[in-house]
Design a protein around this ligand. Structure first.
Ligand code: UDP
Length: 252
């Protein structure tokens, strides 16, 4: 039987929410089942997200994170945490993948996810927001062995693993079965939350694996970009703030 994919997407109401979620739903609809899409909304289920999810025909759960958090970075991390707690509580046995709503995903990625035994990783193509520059972030591999990282000089010094949030997947049982995986149990408060910005991924991954030898680089040679992390929002300039849209477009 094919492995269950547990795809976690934190989301929040904003002008392009329906755009992002529709695009992602179309991709997920083309993935071979079984796949469970865990969409986590902030405070309340957004009506647009709920309507969209009902119509997709994808197996999903629409969860809500109720904590009020001021920092944007903490919010996404907190919502992912809510989904991880759900997976843990219901012992959902599958491959966990964090699919942020604004990324674009190839179908091959979802096939590769099913090859993961413990922890799989691959490079992500990124457009750096501040510098409008495209870069790769993630593993350099010799076949499936991770031998180095695409990163920059500064990050090289301070982070242990150079993996984007959408650049890895792992076996969910690591969360509650330390014996099989020979790891201490993953601590709840270390589930990507309340950790300094820029360190959430590496801190979380350090709980899942000892070092590179426990990672599987995908696909062989990590020679393909299977995820793109771009931004479609224009930089806001020269418009009166009252013209700005904050709510979903289909709610106006
Ligand atoms: N996100 C969220 N609430 C927020 C901010 C972000 O749910 O207040 C979600 C967002 O929809 C996306 C993920 O968290 O799925 C990452 O968003 P962020 O803008 O932090 O990502 P970056 O582009 O910086 O990686």
């Amino acid at each position: 039987p094919r492995k269950l994919l547990l795809v976690i997407t934190p989301t929040y109401a904003r002008p392009f929410q329906a755009f992002y979620l529709s695009r992602l739903a179309h991709t997920l609809k083309l993935v071979q089942p079984p796949l469970l899409w865990l969409v986590v909304d902030m405070q309340v289920q957004s009506l647009e997200a709920a309507a969209l999810l009902r119509d997709t025909g994808i197996m999903y759960r629409h969860l809500v994170g109720r904590k009020k958090l001021s920092r944007t970075k903490d919010r996404g991390a907190y919502l992912r945490n809510v989904a991880l707690a759900h997976i843990e509580e219901h012992r959902l046995d599958g491959i966990v993948y964090f699919a942020d709503d604004h990324n674009v995903y190839s179908l091959e990625l979802f096939e590769q996810l099913r090859r993961i035994k413990r922890f799989g990783t691959w490079p992500v193509g990124m457009l750096e927001h501040s510098k409008s520059r495209t870069t790769l972030y993630g593993p350099v591999c010799n076949e499936s062995t991770v031998i180095g990282w695409h990163t920059n000089e500064r990050n090289k010094m301070i982070r242990r693993f150079h993996v984007d949030i959408s650049g890895f997947g792992f076996n969910s049982t690591i969360l509650w079965d330390p014996q099989t995986w020979k790891r201490p149990i993953v601590k709840r408060n270390q589930h990507l939350y309340s950790i300094r910005e820029g360190f959430q991924e590496t801190t979380f991954i350090q709980q899942l694996v000892e070092d590179e030898s426990q990672m599987e680089g995908l696909p062989s040679g990590c020679s393909k970009v299977m995820v793109w992390h771009l931004y479609v929002e224009a930089f806001e300039k020269n418009y009166p703030t009252s013209w700005r849209l904050e709510k979903n477009l289909n709610a106006i």
